[in-house]
Design a protein around this ligand. Structure first.
Ligand code: SAM
Length: 233
């Protein structure tokens, strides 16, 4: 699976060397390339933004360097379909099922906005380009300063689903938001059996697998209902 990340702050992606994603790259399960949008900008200041048409506060990212950067990435890829992810708080909300859909993609390009966002013609133009699927994605109902952290969140959600990335594949099956009815997982405990006067629930020490399973189901149901009593459980 190939990832191309385009940003004016390539340094934001240094955590990708760590942990599961770092190991996934070492095992050649994913390949990640990072591109500086300013490499496509003209002038001494390498400016990538301009004032908004129609007036208003802030600056908007120009479609010109974005078009150059995305075209260059597309030219360098032999994938049959390219998924161009434009990060925006106005996009489709990231969920576990969206992550499961994205893990099936061959080539993902992440366009990280800054300022007031990217000129909307970038979305409109690439919607007309054959073999490109444009997806506007948000990681939640709040506004970040830029798309880089959102990209890291989405990549982490996707990459851990690639077979071979997480040691025990069973741990992906029983997880929160992968269970039926969007349920969340039961609480987890490990050693020591007593910590700061708090015991581990006795049932977990019983060795009775049927009882443990029933207790975990109950706990998962209770937590799920607490999170969203209207739509869950
Ligand atoms: N003016 C935009 C609006 O009101 O929708 C907000 C722009 S925000 C300050 C700058 C950039 O951060 C966006 O273009 C987007 O790339 C990124 N961003 C901010 N919040 C985000 C979110 N919730 N999910 C994904 N990306 C986000």
């Amino acid at each position: 699976m190939k990832f191309d990340l385009i940003s004016i702050f390539p340094e934001y992606f240094s955590p990708l060397k760590l942990s599961l994603i770092g190991k996934a790259q070492e095992k050649n399960l994913v390949s990640i390339a990072i591109h500086d949008l300013r490499d496509q900008a003209d002038g001494v200041h390498k400016s990538v933004d301009d004032t908004p048409y129609g007036g208003g506060a802030g600056m908007v990212m120009s479609p010109v360097p974005w078009g150059e950067a995305i075209d260059q990435v597309l030219l360098g890829s032999s994938a049959a379909i390219h998924d161009l992810i434009i990060l925006t708080p106005a996009g489709q909300k990231l969920t576990q099922s969206l992550a499961q859909e994205l893990v099936e993609c061959e080539h993902l390009i992440f366009a990280c906005g800054r300022y007031e966002g990217i000129d909307h013609r970038v979305t409109r133009y690439y919607q007309t380009v054959p073999h490109v699927r444009v997806r506007e994605i948000s990681i939640g109902d709040y506004v970040l300063g830029g798309g880089e952290v959102a990209t890291l969140v989405i990549m982490e959600a996707i990459i851990r689903l690639i077979p071979g990335v997480v040691g025990n594949p069973q741990s992906l099956v029983e997880e929160s938001h992968s269970l039926p009815e969007d349920a969340v997982e039961y609480p987890n405990y490990t050693k020591p059996a007593v910590w700061r006067g708090l015991d581990v629930p006795e049932v977990l020490l019983s060795g009775n697998h049927a009882l443990i399973k029933a207790w975990r189901n109950d706990q998962a149901l209770e937590r799920t209902q607490k999170l969203n009593p209207q739509t869950r459980g």
